[in-house]
Design a protein around this ligand. Sequence first.
Ligand code: NAG
Length: 411
Amino acid sequence: MVFDSSCLSNNDIAIGLLRLMDERGCKPDIYAYDTIIDSLCKDKMIEDAFKLFNEMVFAKGIQPDVITYTSLIYGLCNLCRWDEVSKLLKEMEDLRISPNFQTFSILVDAFCKEGSVDEAEAVIDIMVERGEVPNIVTYNSLIDGYCLRGEMTKARSIFDSLTSKGLVPDVVTYSSLLNGYCKSLKIEEAIRMFHEVTRKGLNPDVIFYNTMIQGLFSVGRCGDACQLFDEMQAQGQTPNEYTYGIILDGLCSNHQLEEALSLFHLVGDSKLNYNIVVYSILIDGAGKRGKLDIVRALFHELHVKGLQPDVRTYTAMIRGFCRVGLLREAKNLFLKMGERGCPPDNVSYSVLLHGYLKNQHFNDVEILLQQMDRRSYSLDASTLSLLKDRVTAGSLDRSLLKLIGMLVPKS
Ligand SMILES: *[C@@H]1O[C@H](CO)[C@@H](O)[C@H](O)[C@H]1NC(C)=O
């Protein structure tokens, strides 16, 4: 048997070796199976992993161990296949295989990412009962879970309890809390976190700076955001494409289109400007200000550069057209984007509908609503109230109310 490794993945090679061992009468053991199953699970090849698992258990009569199960659970969690995770846990229990530290950590992390922090806490309790000691990584998952839910008081109290558990918060801990505070617009708390990290001599990385800069922009503190951008470079951190996007977006959202454009021109021919995200941000910023000449120039330029507009780019163009009442152009582009392999999404629909209503263009409203209903999109609050106003004013027929009712968000 000869392996041409150029066209085979490591997993294929490993499975090939397993077969070779078999042929040569050298029985593969649990370690061989565990290693390959783990590698398949990490590569999201869960079906192949289960095939090997079944072979091991049923054809070879080898008992799986905690490592086998932990690998499979990890693979399933990554794919959000929760029912199968529960099934495996039950199976482990039946076979009297106790989950180990790794198994518990994977479960805690998966629950937190799903927003199920109560389940994560329950797993930690079981973990402690079984004599495993949660470490900073376990608590980082939990803090992140609470931050994702915007439950900052809870996140903070876990953070505050770390010291009494003999644990030291690391950059990841601070990063989660900083992000949580920024997203909940608790900017003073975020700044305090930021200073604490610097004071403790933990080096804030680019992601850390990006989060803080974005947070400052989100509360309109553009000056501070730009100052931090300078500071980050002085500290030897090189801004990345996300930093650049955050700055452009922050400036545009805070009515500083001119500053955003001058930064864009300053960056010039660098790789940073060969990115559709950059163009979408600027087109959106210019469109919202009704600067259609800039919008068109940018759209032309991205074509020249060979960049593919995406849904966000098209939607930004449509918003720009609607803003200045160019409804025919908005509608044309809306129809064309689908033909160009980039069908409108719920935001595109919402933007065009909003444009129609604002500009008293009522002919196409009903058909748009029907299409939204067919796609199970719902109306955002401002479009909904605009629609109701137009019905009350008699510009739209009352018969539309039934359709509108179906498009009201369920929750
Ligand atoms: C569009 O859908 C996304 C995800 O389903 C949702 O978060 C967003 O609020 C929707 N936007 C609008 C304008 O309906």
